[in-house]
Write a protein that binds this ligand. Structure first.
Ligand SMILES: [Zn+2]
Length: 324
């Protein structure tokens, strides 16, 4: 029994799908469109998530053949991972933005390439060989949770009518390079995926084969989103956001503080690894947590490089940061 399905507006349902991470659920959305159903996001491919979907279909009396379209907001495994399985079951078309589809191809379509690129990036920023290899293993391991891969169509329209609503499709980058948000002007509602979250701050990370300066992009897309009149924002994790602008400002503040903290710990030539050790409580970190801590530290360091506040230098195979 899926107990927590919530009808957030007429014919729009918010569905908690379990994830084996601390945030517990990814929230996916089901929209009833006449006799058809449209999905936004899918979950990670593992048994608890597949069971949650089957129970949801059962409870809402959805015939699998009625699911006609699946929109994936971004390529991260908790959003993209079940799209192939759901496409097999329903025959639905899977849509992504062009940028996100390109990332999905880079990260998931060929085994090991992105994992190796991440391990190399980590080594060049001061991570030990052993830890970098465990990060790569962790990525390779995760790939089984996004298989089978779907056949993807690129979403090019900027407007869609679903569930009697006119949705504006917005690309908001930062958390991912081309993440999709869906805005309903009439009811001042936005499906924001992981762009703005309550309580936790969205992870802003620098990865190989992606944006050089994701934090800069994130700041830009947040200020763009502040221009929308949003009464209720429906996120991919955590509770519904009813103080959209205030929450954006809190998130901006969090990053400002972190940037300041990083500047404070830079002493002489410092690697990103040494910075991460000082700004996170890393003692009991798993390789998975280390991967995100490093990528997040790098996003902040690279932002500071871009503003000219700090400098990056390469000595032999390794990068060092210092205050200008
Ligand atoms: Zn997510």
């Amino acid at each position: 029994m899926q107990e927590h399905i919530e009808e957030v507006a007429k014919n729009i349902y918010r569905i908690p799908i379990p994830v084996p991470f601390p945030m517990k659920y990814v929230y996916c959305y089901l929209l009833k469109n006449d006799e058809e159903w449209v999905m936004i996001d899918t979950g990670l491919n593992y048994k608890a998530a597949r069971d949650a979907w089957l129970e949801t279909f059962n409870q809402l009396q959805i015939d699998l053949m009625q699911v006609s379209m699946i929109f994936v907001t971004h390529f991260h495994p908790d959003h993209f991972g079940l799209s192939g399985w759901l496409q097999e079951k329903t025959g639905a078309k899977v849509f992504m933005s062009e940028v996100e589809y390109k990332m999905a191809r880079t990260v998931w379509f060929k085994e090991g390439i992105q994992a190796e690129a991440i391990a190399n990036m980590m080594r060049s920023h001061g991570v030990s060989d052993a830890l970098a290899s465990s990060m790569a293993d962790n990525m390779i391991h995760l790939r089984k949770n996004v298989l089978p891969l779907p056949e993807v169509s690129i979403l090019r329209s900027k407007k869609l009518t679903i569930a009697d609503k006119e949705w504006e499709i917005i690309e908001a980058s930062g958390h991912s390079d081309g993440q999709l948000c869906f805005y309903d002007k009439k009811d001042r509602m936005m499906i924001v995926a992981d762009q703005v979250l309550n309580k936790i701050t969205p992870n802003i990370s620098k990865w190989p084969n992606a944006s050089d300066n994701p934090l800069f992009q994130y700041f830009n897309s947040l200020s763009m989103l502040k221009g929308y009149d949003v009464k209720r924002a429906l996120p991919g994790h955590g509770v519904i956001i009813d103080n959209f602008i205030m929450r954006i400002d809190e998130i901006l503040k969090h990053h400002e503080n972190r940037l300041q903290k990083i500047k404070n710990v830079l002493k002489g030539f410092t690697t990103a690894y040494e910075v991460a050790c000082q700004i996170f409580k890393t003692e009991s970190f798993t390789p998975h947590q280390w991967r995100f801590a490093m990528a997040e530290t790098l996003a902040h360091l690279e932002y500071l490089v871009s503003t000219g506040e700090i400098e990056r230098q390469q000595i032999n195979e390794r990068f060092y940061y210092s205050i200008n």
